[in-house]
Design a protein around this ligand. Structure first.
Ligand code: ASP
Length: 362
């Protein structure tokens, strides 16, 4: 009897198991496979900065604050309109930066700071996240809008970067707007240079009282006034651009992070677009913009995690000051800095505008 039962049980298993244990292939046929949907926070988005630094509320008049905010708004609206109408992120970045370059408020184009030799030497770069093409110019003295030159170098030359006289003459050859070096003269920037030179003298003389007075004056200078823009367009293409006069009293010939792809500017459709502002030497040593993208690419970090890690830990531990703006491939926006303030604004696909100057801690 026991044998019969065992035999029966063996047959039962043989013929029924197929039904009891689901076959993964059968299942695969029954379930309709759907491509995983990438939830985009924004279909398109734009972020700008007008420099980071010792921007203190108590040192800012209501009129000046309103002036900065109005210019940031004017600039970001230009780029936003381009994106809304289906234009490219590269065009949005370039045209937005042009508005800030033409304003004396920012340390880029018209408002560029002076070198120790009393000259204005401008740097800029732009990057296309779709192709990883990029263009950069360093130390130009006659190009009204250096971001346009960076774009032209990217689009129409076999090179990525041009510097000095060669870059100026390429701009002229290409029919870009050329100005005399005096165009970049502004009284305010000259005063900043004089203050920086006095400070340098005092530091060398070790006179503590005077030193304190000059540091006070320094606080009134916002220090870094570079402009930058990052954008995501409706086609999912990212772009980043940055333009600057560099740092007040920099040695003539000095080149900062702004025209260095990976340091001050980076864009990659697989990750994000980043533009930086701050003490350029540290941004170069920390390859700040690329580092944020690399954390997302290799470690799977979110834009927020990568930005906080790179600015608040890596850059800060290195002794660097400044910040970044960024947008990722899904339209998430970031503005991260370790200074008292950063002129900045965001605008999303619903047209919601956010303009800020000071750090939340102020
Ligand atoms: N990063 C720029 C430079 O070092 C300065 C700035 O951001 O204002 O040239």
């Amino acid at each position: 009897m026991r044998k019969i039962f065992q035999l029966y049980f063996a047959f039962f298993l043989l013929f029924n198991c197929g039904e009891l244990i689901p076959n993964p292939d059968d299942n695969a046929q029954n379930i309709k496979r759907e491509e995983p949907k990438i939830e985009r926070t924004n279909d398109f988005a734009i972020v700008i900065h007008g420099g980071a630094g010792t921007i203190k509320k108590e040192n800012m008049s209501a009129e000046k604050e309103a002036e900065y905010k109005a210019k940031l708004e004017e600039a970001i609206r230009v780029g936003h309109a381009i994106l809304k109408n289906g234009g490219s992120s590269l065009d949005a970045v370039e045209k937005t930066i042009n508005i800030m370059e033409d304003s004396p408020l920012f340390n880029a184009g018209k408002g560029a700071v002076f070198t120790n030799a009393g000259t204005n030497e401008l740097d800029a770069s732009i990057m296309d996240g779709k192709t990883l093409n990029s263009g950069a110019s360093a130390g130009t003295k006659t190009v009204k809008n250096p971001i346009n030159l960076a774009r032209r170098i990217m689009d129409d030359s076999p090179h990525v970067m041009m510097a000095g006289d060669g870059a100026d003459s390429y701009a002229k050859e290409q029919g870009l707007e050329i100005v005399s070096p005096e165009y970049f003269f502004t009284e305010g920037r000259l005063k900043s240079l004089e203050r920086a030179k006095d400070r340098e003298k005092v530091e060398m003389d070790h006179d503590d009282n005077q030193k304190a007075a000059f540091y006070d004056a320094d606080i009134k200078d916002s220090k870094y006034g570079t402009v930058g823009c990052v954008a995501l367009d409706k086609s999912g293409n990212l772009a980043a651009g940055t333009s600057t006069g560099g740092m007040t009293n920099k040695r003539f010939g000095r080149v900062g992070d702004t025209p260095i792809i990976g340091a001050g500017t980076y864009a990659n459709n697989a990750t994000c677009a980043v533009s930086g502002t701050g003490w350029g030497e540290y941004f170069i040593r920390g390859t700040v913009a690329y580092d944020i993208s690399a954390m997302m690419e290799y470690k799977g970090s979110t834009l927020e995690e990568a930005s906080v890690e790179v600015i608040q830990k890596k850059l800060t531990n290195l002794g660097g000051t400044g910040g970044i703006i960024a947008v990722d491939k899904n339209g998430n926006m970031m503005m991260e800095f370790n200074t008292a303030g950063m002129y900045r604004a965001t605008m999303d696909d619903k047209g919601e505008l956010n303009i800020e100057i000071y750090s939340k801690k102020q």
